[in-house]
Design a binder for this molecule. Sequence first.
Ligand SMILES: [Zn+2]
Length: 874
Amino acid sequence: MDPYRLPRNVVPTRYDLRLEPDLQTFTFAGEETVTLAVREATREILLNAVELSIERAEIAEGSGRTLSAAVALDEASERCRLTFAEPIAPGTWRLRLVFRGTLNDKLHGFYRSTYKDAAGRAHTLAATQFEATDARRAFPCWDEPALKAVFASTLVIDPALVALSNTAVTQERVEKGRKVVRFADTIPMSTYLVAFVVGELEATEAVSVGGTPLRVVCTPGKQRLAAFGQAIGAYSLKLYEDYYGQPYPGDKLDLVAIPDFAAGAMENLGAITFRETALLVDESAATHAELERVADVVAHENAHMWFGDLVTMSWWNGLWLNEAFATFLEMVAVDAWKPEWQRWTTFGVSRSAALLVDGLHSTRPIEYPVAAPKDADAMFDVLTYEKGASVLRMMEQYLGADVFRAGVRFYLERHKFANTETGDLWSALGEASRQPIPAIMDGWVFRAGYPLVSARLDAHKPDAPAKDLHKPDAPAKERGCELVLTQQRFTYLPQPPAGEKPSADAGTEWQVPLQVRVTAGGQDSVRRLLLKEREARLPLPAGFEAVLVNEGGHGFYRVYYAPDLLLRLLGRLDALAAIERFNLVNDAWAAVLAGLMPLTDYLDLTARFRGERDKNVWAVLTGSFASLNRIIDDADRPRLEALVRDRVGPVVAALGWEPKPGEDEVTRQLRGDLLRALGVLGNVPGVQARAAEVYAAHQSDPSAVDANVWAAVIAILGHAADERRHDDFLGRFKSAKTPQEEQRYLYAVAACRVPALVEQTLRRTLNGEFRTQDAPFVVRTLLSSVHGRAAAWRFVQEKWDEMNRQYPATGLRRMCEGVTGLATPEWEGQVHRFFAERKIDLGGKTLRQYLEQLRIAVALREREGANLRRYLAK
Ligand SMILES: [Zn+2]
């Protein structure tokens, strides 16, 4: 028997649930009546429960005959076994359970969140986070996504508080001094989507979206930060009703900001919960990136109301169906809402994060068999979200947006209120497109990795001698010449690291939808082809000038150009769209990490981007400089700083410190990003001094400084901070008026280079001064910082047990990603020993992926360290 799946002889159809949380003692009392369909006679019923004590269990049939059960809880398997003295006959039964539990502080199940008000008084609220398998911590249940049921909930609370759940309140009364709040029945849905929030909460005025009231809910005093989130909430809800061709499946929608929240947000039907930075924002004082984050997360969660909530994966292996679609539609909605944000170009940054992990030998397919819940938790990663969404985007572009949407509509209509497998999506898309979808898509979803498409010219034609073709600046007169495109799997390391098996399907080809733009005689033409074999040849027209593979930038693959083809492209960067330039630089940097391109060639290439004005292209460039910063010796760091100044300086000089009238939002973000790069990575004293002036001026007139510049100023001063500045920032972190301000000061505190202050910051990650939702990320930042990593790594080794106790599991897992920055052979050895000796398992392949990323960084140091030093010394 599968130890993780419940038998199907008894399944629930309805839960009548009553919970009474006590915010003083951090406990709750619960009662539930579960309507069961018993399919075969049984003396035993198995369901999920953990960290609950079940005080009574009895079952009744229609006639009223009641049998009581013996209860056995098994904490290890998170199951509860009810045994009856006589068999329960097939039919409908009502199981009544009385239980108690704890409002824990681990940010999962039914948990407590504490926060301080403006006057510094502490308050507590209770909230839930059930995905993937933590509903069983709040009430005994059949905690599997396929076992959908109707939930009819009642919360019994302190009359001074407010209670929320998935549906509207149908009745509220006071009983024995307690407020009894009853909620409407839900649609049939999975346990992981049930939500409760109880506390001192305020709600905005509802806006009606096609009849659905939509509100933002937060702790008192924060309503002024709700307008932006509510606006994208309303916009995306309307857009999805049109896109999906299905009405919103709930009766109301609350977007709820929770002061302590482990993930970014959670798509509970009708009661979406968020960490505060992902929902609450002061539009006039926020950077573009901060606004984009709120828009993204709200649009993402709303998309789930259909993809995930109305139609749900049958089991956790299909999680990508939820997450990839929500990520894809988040882009569709935000791009439609704010076209000037060029959201699909910025999506290149997300795609590149997926290409990074998926280029590891220790990657995994988007979908793979999942047995244990722990492995499902490890699925919440860039492969599920970003690779999944990239693959959908590639498919949408290949099939055409209208055809793709028609397939999505078929799928939702056919499976609403039910559960699906990936094959169900393939057949819906197949019907809409009349294309063999599984043949194309299976390689992207069920296989690990992705192809490197190499492009070269083939000169072996009688009238095109080879020696001319490989001269970089040869005039383009290769009449009758061919473009040769080949595919092979891309990996950074030529061989799998020790302990990693080579992939079983090595050598199998992907079906790669290619868009190739050929420029000849001053004219562009786009060729579309499906590369199925290892190699394809395209005849090139007379007057051939250049070729760009992955035209439009939607493909989930990398391109490697033969040197002459690359030079042709670099000579005409102006003719490339921003996403195409992004991919060009990103693929070139990956080629360096993989040992396919010399680092010095890449550094030469970056010199051609001094005039670049796209923030995403700059994100790759500065990201690669930051990686070099982690492998360079301390003594050589000033020379790398000089290179950063040389590359970044010209654009900063042109942009200045103040926005020009009429300037768009993304340019203002670019200014902030580059000032920060110059002041931190470039370590430019003049920039740091100017930042101090701006900071002083801001005290008298905050509105005088653009938010993007302001955020950069805080980051730069955090990096340059002495003790006085550090203490000032710590104070401002504690008294911050918006979640964004709080984060800026928190990470500025973490950026300080003074060793004694780094130690203080590390201590604060465990003494309660930083929230456990943030503390692991602060440690991660320090582990990846060249100034903090030695101390942070010592601290992690010493305090691991304490971290393991305090931090939510997701936070701990993300924290460990910081070890990828410990890029020396000595540290690498220590990291391996530490994780092995402690037998630390972060779920799935997470730890192996971190170790392989560390290997790539150390290998880069070993291979290119001396070349880098020589190049910088020139
Ligand atoms: Zn999601």
